[in-house]
Design a protein around this ligand. Structure first.
Ligand SMILES: Nc1ncnc2c1ncn2[C@@H]1O[C@H](COP(=O)(O)OP(=O)(O)OP(=O)(O)O)[C@@H](O)[C@H]1O
Length: 580
């Protein structure tokens, strides 16, 4: 029997469509009634024929029933088919919205392929499940109706039929849950397959360079084999259920025919009644197969609904209310309270990635001036990226607070904060589409002139903005990412410098842009290059999640050991490249 919690989850998905479902049910019942009446009217035709009565009326009723039954059936089919697509679309829309409103870290914790499978294949399972409840009610009513009418025709034959139904039913009730279990396992394997495949394709260069194609391929094929094993098990169980049903029905037809013929020979049964009864026996297959199919669809739909429902545990960023719109922006405008002060301030900020892990940064006190270039340096794992995540509100402080223009982050909406920042990721992803699409990503209304200006700024003036962004070289991609951030002159530029070596042109372009931007706004870099560090107006040294020291290059070089060692390491790296 269906798990009540899972059933409730599925019902929640279906609830908004209850009116259409009710109409579908009524239509289904009407089509059912027409089907149920047909054998009785056939008997009427036969009786009228054998007793020489007028045939016109019963034949007209029979033809009418067939036509009306077919028309209602068609209407219901189309209605339920449309509803199923609508339900899939609703589910997909709500999951996609949920993903894009999710907290970055919550989303990144899950394999991307699995998140994709939820949208593509799990929602598809809701398709069949959407009509299954109505199908079950219809089939149940059809089954009971058929049995009652059989009883009206002949009780002895009904008793024979019922014994066959009980045997078939007992077999099915034992086997059906196994279909659900096997299908759930198959879907989970498909989820793992998606996750593994996505991750491996993303790292295809490493996979090939490590000569791990076969190994990695085999591992993913293993997931596909798991999926196949479970699906085959489901197919076997389904086949068994069907065979039992069909054999049971065939046997009962033979039994009923034998018993019926014997009773007719004794004069206990009219031949027309036997014909009508046999028509009902054949009709019985309809509701029985419908019950099986719908129960299977319901099982897999409930499993899918449960997996989709589990996505509710992905934390969401708060809805984008804008307190400044109600409070009046003038009070907090840079020109009022904070015009001269630092643009960003961190006060005693401690943050961690989970309740059971040590804080990634602790007690950070920092000020980012409104103008100039602030470089952050520190060993790997020191907390540099975490600091950026905090500034971008991908992560919230556990203690302490961050202020923008003197006003706590909590009083700004996420969108307001991010609207003031431009961010260049270390891995500089380009998005699907042209170079121009990529550049307009933050400001979709940017003009062609603005695009050209910003391309010139990053020394990509010869490049056609209509080209696909994926055709660019690594260095060009970095410059595109920088250009995307520089379009419309951001107030605060956060730049996570690439760790990989870049060509001289890209390095010079990045440096020029930083310098230009720092002359009128704030630039914060996570510096991985000596030139960037030397170029900075002030440097912050992070170690083990704390601010270890801050100052100018000259100060820090003479006073801070760690800084001196970091700079020496960068100097060696820079020298290596020069002579490479
Ligand atoms: N998503 C995450 N979940 C859990 N812990 C994390 C996560 N990201 C970072 N950490 C941990 O937080 C600490 C600081 O990491 P962070 O990425 O901020 O360092 P980093 O200075 O940017 O290092 P790198 O230069 O290597 O990028 C590390 O101990 C790291 O293991």
């Amino acid at each position: 029997m269906p798990d009540p919690t899972r059933l409730r989850t599925l019902l929640t998905v279906l609830r908004p469509h209850r009116r259409t479902m009710l109409l579908g049910l009524v239509l289904g019942l009407a089509a059912n009634a027409a089907g149920l009446a047909t054998p009785m009217v056939t008997k009427w035709v036969l009786d009228s024929f054998s007793s020489g009565l007028d045939l016109a009326r019963p034949v007209a009723v029979l033809a009418g029933l067939v036509v009306i039954g077919a028309a209602i059936g068609l209407w219901q089919w189309i209605l339920m088919g449309t509803l199923a697509e609508q339900i899939v679309l609703d589910a997909r829309t709500s999951i996609i919205r949920r993903y894009f409103r999710a907290r970055v870290l919550d989303l990144q914790r899950r394999p991307t392929g699995e998140l994709v499978t939820r949208v593509t294949s799990d929602t598809g399972l809701l398709h069949a499940a959407s009509g299954s409840l109505i199908g079950l009610i219809n089939a149940g009513v059809g089954l009971i109706g058929t049995l009652i009418l059989m009883g009206v025709l002949d009780l002895t034959l009904l008793a024979c039929t019922l014994s066959a139904v009980v045997v078939v039913g007992a077999g099915m009730s034992r086997l059906l849950p196994r279909i659900g279990v096997a299908q759930t396992a198959a879907q989970e394997s498909v989820g793992r397959l998606g996750a593994n495949l996505e991750g491996s394709l993303r790292a295809i260069r490493t996979v090939k360079a490590s000569r791990a194609e076969t190994r990695q391929g085999d591992q993913i094929i293993g997931n596909a084999q798991d999926a196949a094993t479970h699906s085959i098990r489901a197919a076997r169980v389904s086949a068994t259920v069907w065979t039992i049903s069909w054999s049971g029905i065939q046997l009962s037809v033979m039994l009923i025919l034998a018993v019926g013929a014997w009773r007719a020979s004794l004069g206990l049964l009219e031949v027309s009644t036997l014909v009508a009864f046999l028509l009902y026996v054949f009709q019985l297959m309809g509701p029985i197969s419908e019950l099986t199919q719908n129960l299977t669809a319901l099982q897999s739909g409930m499993a899918a609904a449960a997996r989709i429902n589990e996505l509710d545990t992905i934390g969401q960023e708060p809805a984008d209310h804008s307190p400044s719109a109600t409070d009046g922006p003038a009070v907090f405008a840079p020109s009022a309270t904070a015009a001269g002060g630092p643009v960003l301030v961190l006060q005693g900020v401690t943050a961690r990635y989970g309740p059971d892990v040590a804080p990634a940064v602790r007690g950070i006190d920092l000020e980012i001036p409104r103008h100039g270039h602030t470089a952050i340096v520190g060993p790997s794992g020191a907390g540099k990226t975490t600091l950026f995540s905090l500034l971008l509100r991908f992560l919230e402080p556990e203690h302490g607070r961050i202020l923008l223009d003197g006003r706590p982050y909590t009083e700004w909406s996420h969108s307001e904060v991010r609207g003031r920042l431009a961010y260049v990721e270390q891995e500089t992803p380009v998005l699907p589409g042209t170079i121009a699409d990529n550049l307009r990503f933050t400001h979709p209304d940017a003009t062609d002139d603005e695009i050209r200006t910003v391309l010139t700024a990053v020394r990509l003036d010869g490049v056609d903005p209509a080209l696909s962004a994926t055709d660019l070289s690594g260095g060009q991609r970095q410059r595109i990412a920088l250009a995307r951030a520089l379009l419309r002159t951001p107030e605060i530029l956060l730049l996570d410098e690439a760790t990989a070596q870049v060509d001289g042109l890209t390095e010079a372009a990045v440096q020029d842009c930083i310098r230009e931007r720092a002359s009128s706004g704030a630039v914060v870099t996570i510096a991985h290059r000596l030139s960037t560090v030397l170029d900075a107006d002030r440097i912050i040294v992070l170690e083990d999640g704390r601010v270890r020291a801050q100052g100018t290059h000259t100060d820090l070089y003479s006073t801070d050991d760690l800084y001196r060692r970091l700079v020496e390491a960068l100097r060696i790296a820079a020298t290596d490249t020069t002579y490479a």
